[in-house]
Design a protein around this ligand. Structure first.
Ligand code: NAD
Length: 424
């Protein structure tokens, strides 16, 4: 369906339109000229591949895959690969652009890219997934590489997927090239600290925001949505930094304890029972109500389109730290800004992951691996500097933090483009 024909809700939830709304606003404020604006909004390269695979029952099936490089002006493309039945070229384009801005916000020398294969991993065996991964890699082989475009895991892909991509690429090149992907297992060139990096980054920028607003971390009440890689790790690290995690929201409900939850005990309870619900140290709660609890920090770390025009006016958080990509819609942004909620936008808040991916790429290329203290220290330095850059940019231009982050990122990419010039 074309975006023009969609209902208001479909328009509000469309990732491409969401990214465009922020891009247009930031471009206007930056006074970006039409030509540069055109270049920055158009992906540099888009590849569609068809992947024939023999299924376990002997049938042949053809899957469709994409890799989009939005910009390589500041360095190789960088961005994950997702496996999902709902993958579309439009979605991959939007996510690739998002990666360009995210890499630029934290000022690491990468552009933005994204890839995906239209498939449903729930109905595929490990062998089928391995064959899809290897053939997809072979089809995009000339397009990726340490100097060109460096994939990473995303929805339904993981360390094992990255190991298969690295191996396939290396077999074709006739030497081992670990720097072609990040998010690998540590034993084959992964980085220490990568698994915790996104949650750790959320914790670091939240501490900065609390400091800015004069709230003591030990007085801070935090509500976390999504107890997965990002939310689970952020909750653990925030609790360790003295904050009180008063509620955790999952897809099947929420748990609440105003005195604070023991995060390790909640993890253990979920491992044993398959759910966070009925945790002995808390009461069960409706998940939509928990999102609106009064708190200092709300950390949406589950999925996109959670804070919308429907509920933004009821959110009672002082700070929103966007662990997930796109949890707040553009319409909700305006409502939150009116209510003076301090939003740490996704392209800053969850950039700890891509930052440690950058460290992984550097270590692979040097063949010299860092200890965890060095990884975490350098991550902290980058997250703190980026937080301050974003807030300073937002204050200077009198815009909200999200538009401030887009302006900072777009200005950095536009400067690189101008300095390089247009080759023709
Ligand atoms: P994950 O699958 O490990 O965790 C997501 C959690 O959210 C799961 O526990 C799931 O049960 C829960 N969930 C799903 N739908 C929910 C709902 N409607 N309400 C409440 N809980 C729900 O995924 P993740 O890696 O933690 O990623 C979460 C978000 O963070 C995604 O938007 C992802 O794009 C973004 N992100 C992740 C990383 C990373 O390094 N993993 C980096 C940047 C951004």
């Amino acid at each position: 369906m074309s975006a023009d024909l969609a209902s208001p809700i479909q328009r509000e939830f469309n990732p491409w339109l969401a990214a465009e709304a922020r891009f247009d606003e930031a471009a206007k404020r930056l006074g970006l000229d039409d030509g540069l604006s055109k270049i920055l909004r158009t992906p540099a390269t888009e590849l569609t591949v068809h992947i024939p695979i023999q299924l376990d029952d002997g049938r042949l099936e053809v899957f469709t895959g994409y890799r989009v490089q939005h910009s390589v002006a500041r360095g190789p493309g960088k961005g994950g690969i997702r496996y999902d039945p709902g993958v579309t070229l439009d979605e991959i384009r939007a996510l690739a652009a998002w990666m360009t801005w995210k890499s630029a916000v934290v000022n690491i020398p990468f552009g933005g890219a994204k890839g995906g294969v239209v498939c449903d991993p729930a109905y595929l065996s490990d062998g089928e997934l391995e064959r899809i991964t290897r053939r997809y890699t072979a089809e995009i082989l000339d397009f990726i590489g340490p100097e060109r475009d460096v994939p990473a895991p995303d929805m339904n892909t993981n360390q094992q997927t990255m190991a298969w991509i690295m191996d396939t690429y290396s077999m074709h090149r006739r030497y081992t090239e670990t720097a072609v992907v990040t998010g690998k297992p540590i034993s084959i060139g992964g980085s220490k600290g990568r698994t915790e990096a996104t949650g750790r980054g959320c914790m670091i920028v939240t501490l900065e925001a609390l400091r800015r607003l004069g709230i003591e971390p030990r007085n801070a009440k935090v509500v976390v949505q999504g107890f997965g890689n990002v939310g689970g790790m952020a909750a653990r690290l925030m609790a360790r930094a003295g904050m009180r995690i008063v509620a955790i929201i999952e897809y099947d409900g929420a748990i609440h304890n105003s005195r604070g939850l023991d995060i390790d005990a909640v993890s253990k309870h979920r491992e044993e029972t398959g759910s966070i619900l009925d945790f002995p140290g808390a009461e069960n709660m409706d998940r939509d109500e928990a999102l609106l609890l009064e708190c200092h920090v709300l950390l949406p770390a589950a999925r996109e389109n959670v804070i919308t025009s429907q509920n933004a006016s009821k959110v009672r958080a002082r700070i929103i730290c966007e662990g997930a990509n796109g949890p707040t819609t553009a319409l909700a942004d305006d409502i939150l800004a009116e209510r003076d909620v301090f939003v740490i936008p996704d392209i800053l808040a969850n950039a700890g992951g891509v930052t440690v991916s950058y460290f992984e790429w550097v270590q692979d290329r040097q063949g010299f691996f860092w200890n965890e203290r060095l990884v975490n220290g350098r991550l902290e330095e980058i997250m703190v500097d980026s937080f301050r850059d974003v807030v300073a940019c937002a204050e200077k231009h009198e815009v909200n933090n999200r538009i401030g982050a887009y302006m900072l990122a777009m200005d950095r990419v536009a400067s690189a483009l101008k300095l390089r010039g247009i080759y023709a």
